[in-house]
Design a binder for this molecule. Structure first.
Ligand SMILES: [Zn+2]
Length: 330
């Protein structure tokens, strides 16, 4: 799409010689690898690079939805590197330079990207299309953790940003992304529409499977590491009790630990969930206290490089989440 490809390559090459360049180079390599792994983008090399929409996404689920809809008509770069938890991440100078040359920036919104306003208002790239993927989704209140966040100097919306953990909402985010691609690249509108329809059907099918299988279980309470699963719980009548807050890296105090342990004992909790990008230490402590096991419930805020390499995506990880929930609640 951009005419300045050669100039961009020269700039990126010279950046990679600087100190911050190393990080950027690494994250670009990660993303290239992930793109090659995706079966929909196998024709990428047959397309001249200048014909592709240059798409940036703020973190993993949006990256996956953009790849699904955009296929081989887009080049998608995920800003948050693989294996990095996105809540406290913010773009480096090299990311800003990339955004100056991009066509589209897709972000979640609902307070997830505390840097979005400052970064986008400082960009000189007037043709960059901003897509707030959560647009049109009914947001849930954030709860009391928001006050702590404000003390950290983060801009907070007062809402829970984890909308993508509802499969219905994830489909809506994918639809918003599709609409943006259609508008930015009308020549390929039919292609984007067809990809959307194909994946939307898979999302519907998985949503139905969650609904059927979870509704058959009497237990509804799950104990999770960070408070990411409210939208998922709302869809299937589950109740999350979170050890930590809305941000993934906060640590509970002794009082909170005691409350969780009491709750788990009173409610026959057999599994304490943790997530891969954050230390399982607290979950393990609580589990050993009550004789429970620990298991992974993935909030899909980021995949590890290994998961990307082996072709995991939103749908496959959500399948694993369903298995983990069924094991915990049976
Ligand atoms: Zn989170």
């Amino acid at each position: 799409m951009k005419k300045y490809l050669i100039a961009a390559v020269v700039i990126l090459l010279s950046l990679s010689l600087s100190a911050c360049g190393a990080k950027k180079e690494e994250s670009s390599a990660d993303n290239t690898e992930a793109v090659t792994e995706d079966k929909n983008t196998q024709n990428n090399t047959n397309e001249p690079a200048s014909e592709l929409l240059e798409v940036y996404t703020s973190f993993y689920p949006l990256y996956d939805f953009a790849l699904k809809v955009g296929g081989d008509k887009v080049n998608v770069v995920n800003l948050v590197p693989a294996g990095t938890e996105p809540h406290d991440w913010e773009p480096a100078t090299t990311d800003i330079l990339s955004l100056e040359k991009g066509d589209i920036l897709i972000y979640n919104g609902a307070g997830m990207e505390h840097w979005i306003e400052q970064v986008t208002s400082s960009l000189e790239n007037e043709s960059l299309i901003l897509v707030e993927a959560s647009n049109g989704i009914t947001l849930l209140e954030g709860g009391e953790e928001e006050e702590e966040e404000e003390e950290d100097g983060h801009e907070e919306s007062g809402y829970d940003p984890h909308v993508w953990l509802s499969i219905k909402n994830a489909k809506k985010e994918m639809e918003n992304i599709k609409e943006a691609f259609v508008k930015a690249d009308p020549d390929n509108a039919k292609y984007y529409e067809e990809n959307y329809i194909k994946y939307a059907a898979q999302f519907d099918e998985l949503d139905q499977k969650f609904s059927t299988e979870l509704s058959a279980l009497a237990n509804k309470d799950i104990v999770v590491a960070h408070k990411a699963f409210a939208y998922l719980c709302a869809d299937y009548g589950l109740n999350q009790v979170a050890i930590e807050g809305l941000s993934a890296d906060s640590e509970p105090d002794a009082k909170r630990m005691a409350e969780i342990i009491d709750f788990a004992k009173d409610n026959n909790i057999k599994t304490i969930f943790f997530e891969e990008l954050v230390s399982p230490k607290v979950a393990e402590t609580i589990a050993s206290e009550i004789g429970a096991v620990t298991d992974v419930l993935n909030p899909l805020e980021g995949l590890t490089q290994e998961q990307l390499n082996t072709g995991e995506d939103y749908l496959s990880i959500m399948e694993k989440n369903l298995e983990a929930l069924l094991n915990a609640l049976k």
